[in-house]
Design a protein around this ligand. Structure first.
Ligand code: SF4
Length: 341
């Protein structure tokens, strides 16, 4: 199978009816302005020329509300992408947009230009959290958009943001359950970070918003991710992609941003499942085996799981790579644990 590689086309805040409290796409994407059709053609040619081996190239419009962009501008952006698709330079197209900007004519346009994947900015399924985030849509609109896209044959993605104002664990659990019921094909989880030049930054400075700590962001994202995996939803990203702007401490004021978020979340997921089994075992020695691909997930971020296990258990643990163990699983003594990637 060919490896999928993304050609990102950033459209920061284009189409957004207003700014949501947490959002600063100029900072998240590191881009400003609207790309021209020639910029898109150039990006396709540059990316596809950069690899010698054949790949599945996917062009993705990120960072704005694609289907809320004025139709003539949407078509100007879609036309060069469609041409690249027709010419066989790229193999698929995706965009991200708001749940309240999906209807029949919108989906017909996307189909016409060959778009097959639509990611919805869901953020939460709790209406009071959505209101505080000034999203301007409801959880019911997420349900409708997901159903319409699915009926029309699109691959559907949900983007979630644990840690928004007003969210507690109860709200997070309800959001997670609601997303599992809707069952998008893919999900991204972005624990909230407080970015400069946002309404959330003002709320934080004036004490009206208490940001997530990194460990709490990891806990919430790990819970969500494990639930999604257990329900067959493919999680394709956890935590914001590092950019020069995000690594600038004057730009990220607080909250759960770390370039290691994905690794820390997976470490915690594996640790929770592993310790749940080890707590029930009473042997002198236990061998913990795992596929080489899972070594850092099993041993933990900076070997944290090994260190915690040493303190927690009086018996001896032996940690070993064993490629007869399926990726995404752990063997603890005789017990086979399926955790999922
Ligand atoms: S979260 Fe989405 S809709 Fe809200 S301002 Fe950012 S890009 Fe626009």
């Amino acid at each position: 199978m060919k490896k999928t590689s993304i050609i990102p086309i950033f459209i920061p805040h284009i189409g957004c009816p207003h700014r949501c409290v947490f959002c600063n796409q100029w900072q998240i994407t590191g881009h400003r302005g609207v790309p021209s059709p020639d910029d898109i053609r150039h990006a396709v040619d540059t990316y596809t020329a950069s690899s010698r081996e054949p790949r599945h190239w996917e062009l993705a419009f990120y960072g704005g509300s694609f289907t809320a962009i004025p139709v003539d501008m949407q078509e100007r952006l879609l036309q060069p992408a469609y041409e690249a698709l027709q010419a066989g330079k790229i193999q698929s197209l995706r965009c991200s947009t708001r749940p309240d900007c999906i209807d029949g004519p919108v989906m017909a346009r996307l189909h016409h230009y060959g778009m097959t994947i639509v990611e919805l900015g869901v953020q939460s399924m709790d209406d009071s959290v959505l209101e505080k985030a000034q999203r301007g849509h409801t959880a019911a609109q997420v349900e409708t958009a997901t159903r319409l896209l699915r009926q029309d044959g699109f691959t559907v993605g949900h983007q979630l943001m644990p840690g928004l104002p007003g969210e507690d664990w109860d709200s997070l659990v309800r959001t997670t359950a609601a997303v599992c019921r809707l069952h998008p094909d893919i999900a991204r989880i972005y624990p909230v970070a407080v970015l400069e030049n946002t309404e959330l930054a003002e709320q934080y400075r004036t004490g009206r918003y208490e940001p997530l700590t990194i460990p709490e962001g990891v806990r919430r994202a790990a819970y969500m991710k494990q639930q999604f995996i257990d329900h067959g939803i493919h999680v394709i990203r956890t935590g914001l992609q590092a950019t020069a702007d995000l690594d600038d401490t004057t730009q990220v004021l607080a909250g759960a941003y770390t370039p290691a978020m994905g690794e820390m979340v997976d470490s915690l997921r594996y640790r929770v499942k592993l310790f749940a089994v080890l707590d029930t075992l009473h042997q002198a020695d236990i061998i913990i085996s795992y596929n080489r691909r899972d070594t850092s997930r099993v041993r933990g971020y900076k070997n944290q799981t090994m260190h915690e296990a040493d303190k927690r258990y009086s018996f001896c643990l032996h940690w070993q790579e064993d490629n007869t163990v399926a990726p995404g699983s752990i063997r603890a003594g005789d017990v086979e644990l399926v955790i999922g990637k």
